[in-house]
Design a protein around this ligand. Structure first.
Ligand SMILES: C[S@@+](CC[C@H](N)C(=O)[O-])C[C@H]1O[C@@H](n2cnc3c(N)ncnc32)[C@H](O)[C@@H]1O
Length: 281
């Protein structure tokens, strides 16, 4: 199958060929998908040509939308421009599970799949997990599909659309009774569930505001997965500094047992993850 660049070459001037994006996200499955692409300003006049080419190359893609700017607001959503109109609510198939989502209404990124799998591999039978920025629930689903003996995942989400998709996803993946979905502000709800084995803080642009609360809430010996942003020169420096300071203030013995660059976030900026074992005595 030709690449996007090969497909649009006959339709756009030669000097713009190098500006054609090499990749784009597809969310969905064979029954229907939405493609999400970033198009540079130089290709403004050819954006619809590019959208049509994506649909021709990927028969299951029914809609193409263009990302505008960076993720914004509490719900961490992009603004989009429609290039090929069609349904944007899709059922994404990943490994052996399904994720229903409309990416224009709720956060979801197929690029986080590797990270979800990496966390799921660490989870042990019988764990109780607090998942405060749950979105449509993909970490809970990935964990439970790999480790069905987890006792409970408490999944908190502020965006109503994401919360209702999470409810659908619990049903779709037959996980009723294993996830406690809650609609609300994590800063108010987290403290009701202290003493858990693991906390997953998937909010790279704000998880640090919940780190102190999480450290106090986790059980002795529990694990916190802390997401943050880091520069290319020193990806973990700021995240580790925050952990050191908060743990120092509380008198806890925090060990960073794992560091991971999850993926690119912006030019020269990474989304990173620290896995922290918290010793309290
Ligand atoms: C970066 S997204 C991650 C979502 C999900 N964990 C995933 O990986 O797809 C962060 C999510 O946290 C939610 N959120 C932001 N602030 C929140 C708060 N104070 N309480 C609960 N959820 C919050 C947003 O609406 C968004 O869905």
């Amino acid at each position: 199958m030709p690449t996007l660049k090969e497909a649009v070459k006959p339709l756009i001037p030669r000097e713009l060929w190098d500006k054609v994006p090499r990749s784009f996200d597809i969310i969905g499955s064979r029954s229907g998908a939405v493609a999400i692409i970033e198009i540079p300003p130089e290709l403004e006049g050819y954006k619809f040509v590019i959208g049509e080419a994506i649909v021709k190359l990927n028969k299951h893609v029914k809609a193409v939308i263009r990302r505008i700017g960076a993720r914004e607001g509490e719900f961490r959503l992009y603004r989009y421009e429609v290039l090929v109109p069609g349904p944007t609510e899709v059922i994404h198939k990943e490994d052996n599970y399904l994720i229903k989502v409309d990416p224009t209404k709720a956060y979801f990124s197929p690029r986080d799949q590797g990270d979800r799998e990496d966390i799921a591999r660490q989870v042990m039978p019988g764990e109780v997990i607090l998942y405060p920025f749950a979105g449509v629930g993909p970490y809970a689903i990935t964990i439970l599909k790999r480790q069905s003996s987890v006792k409970l995942i408490i999944a908190i989400e502020l965006n109503e659309y994401a919360y209702y998709y999470m409810l659908d996803n619990i049903k779709l993946n037959r996980l009723k009774g294993k996830v406690l979905p809650l609609l609300g502000d994590a800063s108010k709800l987290m403290n009701l569930f202290c003493g858990v084995d693991r906390i997953i803080l998937t909010l790279p642009l704000g998880a640090h505001r919940f780190l102190m609360q999480s450290l106090m809430c986790i059980k002795d010996g529990g694990i916190i997965h802390f997401y943050h942003l880091g520069t290319e020169e020193n990806p973990y420096g700021e995240a580790e500094g925050l952990v050191r300071n908060y743990c120092g203030d509380l008198g806890y013995d925090c060990q960073v047992i794992n560091r991971r660059i999850v993926r690119d976030y912006a030019p020269y900026v990474y989304k990173v993850r620290l896995d922290i074992r918290v010793g309290k005595f």
